[in-house]
Ligand binder design. Sequence first.
Ligand SMILES: [Zn+2]
Length: 154
Amino acid sequence: MEPNQNIKIALETMSGKGSELGINFLQLQTIIRGVKYSHLVGVCWDTCHLNDAGYDLVNNLEQVIEEFDKIIGLDKLFVIHLNDSKNIKGSHKDRHENIGYGNLGFDSLCSILYHPKFVNIIKILETPWNNSEPPYKEEIIMFKNKQFNNFLNR
Ligand SMILES: [Zn+2]
C-alpha cells in the first residue's frame, strides 16, 4: 500500500466459523489499528454474518450501531452486505438467505437499509440464487415498496 493512494479496503464482519478473525467490533478495531495506512481501511457490515456472530440486529439495532460507532466509528463503515440469515443469532454459521425468508426478516433488513445513519452507505445484496435465477430484481422491488412479497412462493 502506498500512502498517497485513495483505494480503500473494507474488512467484512465475520460470522465466527472455525478460526475466523473479525467476528466482533473489537477484533476489527485491533486489525485496523495494526495496519500502517489505517485511514484507508474500514469495515463492511454483512448482516447475515453479524446475526450469526451474535449481534442482535432484530431487537437491538440502535445498540449495535452505537457499539460500532464507539469501538470503530461510523465513518469507518464503508459498505453493507444486506442479506437475511438461515441461522439463528449467535449460531456462528454463515448461510445467507433471501430477503424476508430468514431469521433477520424483512422489517429488520428494511430498517437497516433505510436507517438515517446509513443513507450514504453502499448496500449490496448477496442473497442465494434460485434455480439459476438471481433474486435481486424482486428483492429490490420489495425494498422500494417497503413491503415483503413472497416471490419465491415458500
Ligand atoms: Zn458478505
